[in-house]
Design a protein around this ligand. Structure first.
Ligand SMILES: Nc1ncnc2c1ncn2[C@@H]1O[C@H](COP(=O)(O)OP(=O)(O)OP(=O)(O)O)[C@@H](O)[C@H]1O
Ligand SMILES: Nc1ncnc2c1ncn2[C@@H]1O[C@H](COP(=O)(O)OP(=O)(O)OP(=O)(O)O)[C@@H](O)[C@H]1O
Ligand SMILES: [Mg+2]
Ligand SMILES: [Mg+2]
Lengths: 162, 164, 164, 162
């Protein structure tokens, strides 16, 4: 399984449609403080089915919608689309390319899609569960948490690995 | 085909000793399980950077703690690789020579695991195959440009000299 | 001649707005006291980096949080200066241009406050009057050498190129 | 009041007598990970009267004694001496130069000296209290703590400033 691309539109500071194309190997994301790098990490977490907004530096869905700035109005929708290369059959779907999409509206409505078909949030969560989230997305400042967590929590890392 | 916790734990512990040695350029570290009766699920780490004595985690320096955490994450990846892994500034506390060993370890893992690393570190940037720059305009909107390695290094250095 | 808490608080809040502006090169921030009845002693911070909207601390980026913390420490120093101040890697999360503003703020304060800063950052090192290098030998013993600025910069860069 | 010098011998990784001389302005301390920079900060904290070993990454006095390495035996004593320039009379002592010394022995004994005379730990703490410890020594990783502390703790910062 490979990440192919991440399309972000309206999620946090990405008010305009933005694409990250990933290759094999290592992709580095660089930029000044506050430019939006961690927001990319949170967009990936969100599209993979994150349901705890406290893990996205927020408290509710509204917090991930582009909130506007002194020069730009807030947006009413956030959409993140993840495109995966499944040609090795890692995910149990009959497609060599899989798209996972998540949309949230200021009205409170949410949509979840796999390859364009509407699904529920838990369908996305079940699809992505084998990807091992606890050791696949390491948030900023959480390196220490890996070590300083109470031993019982650290055990959680191993159980995901098991 | 999920292994039992203790099978996986034993494998991760063995791997952790190796990854610690590589990242620190020596030394030893041990991962151990605590007694199930008085502390079920407890996991302990002791570490001995090269030339130093055995210490608990709280006695290590800021950079040594960060590198030990990376060693554990890498060990888990090697025992049960996930297809991709995103790391957000896990190298922030590392000095230049530790950043190089960190970058070398990622390059080795990158043959089987796809990495996305968010970083301010030049050494880490030099290890990347693909580079994206992210900037925010006066309008509070983030945008991205793909960069070549020399452009990314220059952007980091220009920012520095321009403001000096 | 200790001021009352609320007198000091008002002064620190006013100073904090100024130091935030200087360190961020713009923007605004407010320090406020919470209601004494429902949350005695509560203190709140909201911050608006240049061009962005007003946010709570939890929404700021890692580097923005660090810079905001520095702004608060500096504000307290300006209201009630201590004769000396030691800072251990408070600039770790800052990008190059924020490091320069941080260094400029310290240079300004340094006319009345003596600073000892532990840092890995070249920009901060360039702002120092005196430099000490600390190294640890194979024998686990720390030693120090005083360095000139060009030597310290070179040591940082040599470490990088030597290991690459 | 100015810091003039800090002499460290036997405190943590400083097994051999080591001197830091401070001038006006800014002194930067640099070096690789684990070289001993934060130990210098803790030596200063300790000689100023720190009594909570959890603030020194330890639990008891023994933790700050040089513990030895594979090439060197542990030491039986730690001593830190701080020399201050008091020519502006900031501290209420009739000396233009003040030395504060603290020693700890593996036997458990401790000694505290001001200008060579034996005093109690609380005499050192009282002398240095006006220097405002909570905003004068900022430990590694504690920048976030300045902000993320519960509001009641943050208030503590202000009270020291008051
Ligand atoms: N809902 C939102 N709408 C608009 N902007 C937002 C929203 N949420 C967060 N932001 C902005 O995104 C910025 C944070 O970006 P992010 O945390 O990704 O920075 P970063 O590049 O990781 O920086 P650092 O290097 O300091 O970690 C903040 O300035 C914040 O104002
Ligand atoms: N009692 C002791 N005896 C001997 N060595 C000790 C003792 N306590 C700590 N050390 C050593 O001191 C080192 C930690 O030093 P310190 O935390 O000052 O590093 P640092 O230079 O601040 O590094 P970083 O840049 O990673 O923050 C550790 O390697 C530890 O082994
Ligand atoms: Mg970030
Ligand atoms: Mg340190």
């Amino acid at each position: 399984l490979l990440l192919k691309r991440l399309d972000i539109h309206g999620f946090k500071s990405f008010a305009t449609p933005t694409t990250f194309a990933f290759d094999r190997g290592i992709t580095a994301i660089v930029g000044p403080n506050g430019s939006g790098k961690s927001n990319v990490s949170e967009a990936l977490r969100w599209v993979l089915g994150e349901s705890q907004y406290s893990n996205l530096r927020g408290r509710k869905t509204e917090d991930i919608l582009f909130a506007g700035s002194d020069r730009r109005a807030p947006l009413g929708m956030a959409e993140v689309v993840l495109t995966l290369d499944n040609s090795d059959g890692d995910l149990p779907l009959e497609f060599s390319e899989i798209t996972v999409a998540r949309r949230a509206y200021r009205s409170g409505e949410s949509q979840y899609l796999i390859n364009g078909s509407r699904v529920r949030l838990k369908d996305i969560q079940q699809l992505t569960a084998p990807l091992g989230q606890s050791h696949t997305i390491i948030g900023q400042g959480l390196v220490d948490a890996v070590l300083s967590q109470r031993p019982e929590d650290r055990r959680g890392l191993f159980e995901h690995a098991a | 085909m999920a292994n039992s916790f203790s099978e996986t734990f034993t494998e991760v512990a063995a791997e952790f000793e190796q990854t610690f040695k590589r990242l620190f350029g020596g030394g030893t570290a041990k991962l151990s399980q605590r007694d199930e009766e008085d502390e079920p699920g407890g996991v302990d780490i002791v570490a001995q950077p090269p030339g130093k004595r055995l210490q608990g985690l709280n006695q290590l320096s800021g950079g040594e703690r960060a590198l030990t955490a990376v060693a554990l994450l890498v060990a888990i990846q090697r025992v049960n690789p996930s297809p991709f892994c995103l790391l957000d500034e896990v190298d922030a506390a590392l000095d230049e020579s530790n950043v190089v060993r960190f970058k070398d370890e990622l390059r080795d893992l990158a043959t089987t695991t796809q990495f996305v690393v968010i970083t301010h570190n030049r050494g880490t940037i030099e290890g990347a195959d693909t580079l994206y720059g992210v900037t925010m305009g006066d309008d509070g909107v983030s945008r991205t440009i793909s960069l070549r390695l020399d452009e990314a290094i220059q952007a980091v250095e220009e920012q520095q000299t321009a403001s000096v």
